[in-house]
Ligand binder design. Structure first.
Ligand code: UDP
Ligand code: MG
Length: 307
């Protein structure tokens, strides 16, 4: 059994794969026994060809090719479930996760840690907007979730065999990996690093995808947004009742005519808005339950090489 399986999801990364490979060979070669588990996530460019050429030459390069693009979370799951090493290290192919940190991860593993994650101490390569929204997401998530995720921890981490098997065994389709990694627990420790810029190619995320990713993360970690409305409803009903008493009192004691249109409009609009938000939140959960109920596999494998 090799010491480290490198789990590398790749999507349209033809120019990054060789660069990544050379870097890993330089840093880990001769120091560790390791294997690559590249997961080709339905790339449309020559990524698979590049991977196949590598796998032909080097037996420790293993490739899983998925039947289409399933997204990074599914690709990482596929890699973890096929990995054969004593530990698994999840990392991006774009070298934003420094390969140089892996020996430090391994050292922590030797000390008994089974969930060793990289912590971005510096996100200066991100735009202000991305940093701000990311910060906000972590705040909200950690307020709501039962199992907080550390600020600025990415997917970049080392997992012991039993920790990675535990992650793979979680059956959900909506796989917010950071949440799953923290859910399985085991002895965890952070290793800080500063995140570099992408070496080549460009990020596959746009803001709409990030928003949905964040929603997925939150809805899979907590049902609090669903339950909140019971209390909001009780509170509002109480206010309405008090207000009704107040109106009756005004009418009976002072004989005031009941004043009208504007306040009714505001109330109707306010409550319609509130109800739509509530319905929307229920919809968010319902759509995810729908996906889970269908019980489709999170990914399909087209081809495995060097296994
Ligand atoms: N990736 C993937 N499937 C996707 C999108 C991305 O396997 O649908 C891979 C990608 O090739 C890279 C990693 O996930 O190795 C991180 O992607 P990216 O650099 O675009 O994300 P960012 O660093 O901007 O968060
Ligand atoms: Mg990247």
């Amino acid at each position: 059994m090799v010491q480290i399986s490198l789990i590398i999801p790749v999507y349209n990364e033809e120019e990054m794969v060789p660069v990544f490979f050379n870097r890993v060979e330089k840093v880990l070669g001769g120091h560790f026994s390791y294997e690559y588990v590249f997961v080709n996530d339905g790339s449309r460019d020559a990524t698979l060809k590049v991977l196949k050429a590598l796998a032909e030459k080097y037996k420790h390069v293993k490739v899983i090719s998925l039947s289409r693009n399933f997204g990074k979370e599914a690709a990482v799951t596929a890699g973890l479930s096929e990995a054969g090493g004593e530990t698994s290290v999840v990392l991006d192919v774009d070298l934003q996760d420094p390969v140089e940190l892996i020996p430090a991860f391994w050292e922590k593993y030797q000390q008994g840690y089974e969930n060793v994650y990289g912590l971005r101490s510096d996100r200066s390569e991100d735009t202000f907007f991305k940093r701000f929204t990311a910060q906000f997401f972590y705040k909200v998530y950690n307020k709501l979730a039962d199992f907080p995720i550390p600020y600025n921890a990415g997917d970049f981490r080392l997992l012991s065999r039993r920790a990675s098997q535990a992650v793979v065994s979680l059956p959900e389709r909506d796989r917010f990996m950071k949440g799953l990694f923290s859910w399985v627990g085991y002895k965890s420790v952070a290793v800080p690093y500063s995140r570099a810029s992408r070496v080549a190619g460009k990020s596959k995320w746009n803001y709409w995808q990030l928003w949905n990713f964040a929603l997925g993360g939150i809805t899979s970690a907590t049902s609090l947004p669903l339950k909140l409305w019971t209390y909001a409803g009780v509170f509002m009903a109480f206010l309405a009742f008090m207000f009704a008493l107040w109106i009756a009192y005004q009418k009976l004691v002072w004989g005031n005519p009941v004043s009208g249109y504007a306040s009714i409009m505001v109330t109707i609009l306010f409550f319609s808005g509130l109800q739509l938000i509530t319905l929307g939140i229920i919809g968010e959960y319902l759509s995810r339950i729908f996906v889970e109920v269908k019980q489709r596999p999170p990914y399909l494998i087209d081809e495995k090489i060097n296994f």
